[in-house]
Design a protein around this ligand. Structure first.
Ligand SMILES: [Zn+2]
Length: 311
């Protein structure tokens, strides 16, 4: 059932309406063994979660008899941002994921985000699904803050992602939805995957398999689940950032989600005017190439790749 969780009139004549779909066991909410919440679209230009919300809902509709818990799906926490392909909340131009936990007695956006948090409280687990921007692509990964890593790792291990990045500081900033929920004792995982403004169905299916695996382990789903993998786990110190030293056109030479050796050539930065290679981008360490630039135009300092180094 589609329910409205928060509604707000903006002074500019627009509305913000945040809705969720609540799926319940065929016997009704009273028969539920627990509750999972899926959230996406806090950043309106990150659309990988749209497919995940659709596909989770589709699989449950196909076999409602296996659902043993409550599943709340929020595809669009920043609906105006999704409508207009904006990362931030349009008109007020603020990052919604820097506004949590909000305040029920505060300003308009404070009240909206507080209503969302209050609705999610009571869930046994929450997954907040993000995508990258349109410049770099990420393999499916869970990002955790060190503060909650011990508590969240057992859940994250079930999600069928390729990698778990502990202490990924910016993603799990204090005023994010996930951090706020974790402080309020709702285990909340941040999933990052794919790239901005697009949907990678293969990555989506991988994470959906993980979501059903989590539900199965928590007793929320009794149907069959697809085989899942054990993710690679990192600590912050092991993640190597590779930035461009030149301005030019970046041409990757390595497949994404690939184990590289130290000094392997990840790609080249070329000059289309002179037809020359300006620099070769080499792996400073061996490990898993988990972030890879997809947008070819690069300037000095731009992120080209990230490698999860192997101990
Ligand atoms: Zn995001």
């Amino acid at each position: 059932m589609i329910e409205t969780v928060a509604k707000l009139e903006l002074p500019v004549g627009e509305h913000i309406v945040i809705r969720k779909n609540r799926l319940v066991p065929v016997e009704g909410e009273q028969a539920a063994n627990g509750r999972m919440t899926l959230v996406s679209g806090i950043h309106g230009d990150e659309l990988e979660g749209q497919y995940i919300c659709y596909e989770v809902g589709r699989r449950v509709r196909e076999h409602p008899e296996y659902l043993r818990g409550i599943l709340d799906i929020f595809p669009a926490l920043n609906p105006l941002g999704i409508d207009t392909a904006h990362r931030t909340v349009p008109k007020i131009n603020m990052d919604m994921n820097r506004m949590f936990p909000g305040d029920p007695a505060g300003g308009m956006m404070d009240r909206v985000v507080a209503a969302v948090v209050s609705d999610i409280i009571g869930s046994d687990i929450c997954l907040d699904i993000h995508a990258s921007d349109s410049f770099v692509r990420e393999i499916p990964q869970v990002r955790l803050s060190q503060d909650f890593a011990e508590k969240l790792l057992p859940f994250a291990m079930l999600t069928n992602v390729d990698m778990i990045w502990k202490n990924a500081t910016a993603t799990v900033h204090e005023s994010t939805l996930a951090h706020s929920l974790n402080v309020l004792n709702v285990p909340a995982l941040v999933v990052e995957m794919g790239q901005g403004q697009s949907v990678n169905r293969q990555y989506g299916d991988q994470v959906v398999d993980g979501i059903f695996n989590v539900m199965s382990h928590m007793g929320l789903w009794t149907g069959p689940v697809n085989e899942t993998q054990i993710p690679a786990v990192s600590d912050d110190g092991e993640v190597e950032f590779i930035r461009s030293e030149e301005t030019g056109i970046f041409l990757p030479l390595m497949a994404h989600n690939h184990y590289v050796r130290r000094s392997d050539v990840i790609g080249e930065i070329v000059d289309p005017y002179s037809g020359t290679i300006k620099s070769r981008v080499c792996a400073p360490v061996g490990g898993l190439l988990f972030t890879l630039r997809v947008y070819p135009v690069v300037y000095e300092g731009d992120l080209l790749a990230r490698i999860l180094g192997q101990p």
